[in-house]
Design a protein. Sequence first.
Length: 215
Amino acid sequence: MNVLLDHLPEFREGFIGTILLTLASGVLAMVLGVLIAGFRVSPVPPLRFFGTAWVTLFRNTPLTLLFLVAWFVVPVIFMPGLSPWTKALLALSFYTSAFVCEAVRSGINTVPLGQAEAARSIGMTFFQTLRLIVLPQATRTVIPPLSSIFIALTKNSAIAGAFSTAELFGVQKLLSDQGFDIAWIFLWVALGYLVITFTISGLFRLLERRMGVAR
């Protein structure tokens, strides 16, 4: 218990850092994932190719490798001067967006094709049909897999701690380097992650029940 109480500011900073990183990368991954899912079901071949390439690349690339690219390649070629937090945000968001895309695309495929055809018959464009007709219905089936994806995102954020980002796992590295008992450090870090993941799971269960009533 002394490990936690004596270093409460460090644990608090890491806990808040994990929450902020998870929230920010989750929002960005959601936006990118829905956009790429739209590309994947688009009638425009170049957009379908781009969506397929995006998912294939980021789903089959180890997340640690993406962090290395974000740290040592992106600043040199594209955007110099990025903060460690921003680099972690980009790596986590791009990686997670591929999984969000596939979950959303699976949900889109559950909507009867006749509804999209009816929307097009009254003059709606593809993106209007997707936004107004298809996605609202697909949301109900997408919620359960998204819960698992965002819980995985929370745990994946631990990699950021090894790359000088203020995060729960980074607290473990800091304190273990100072010679504290690693078992107790891991215990409090694990409890911090459990609080976050249980909260995400509870929020998605609540959302799923509300959407279920809406049926």
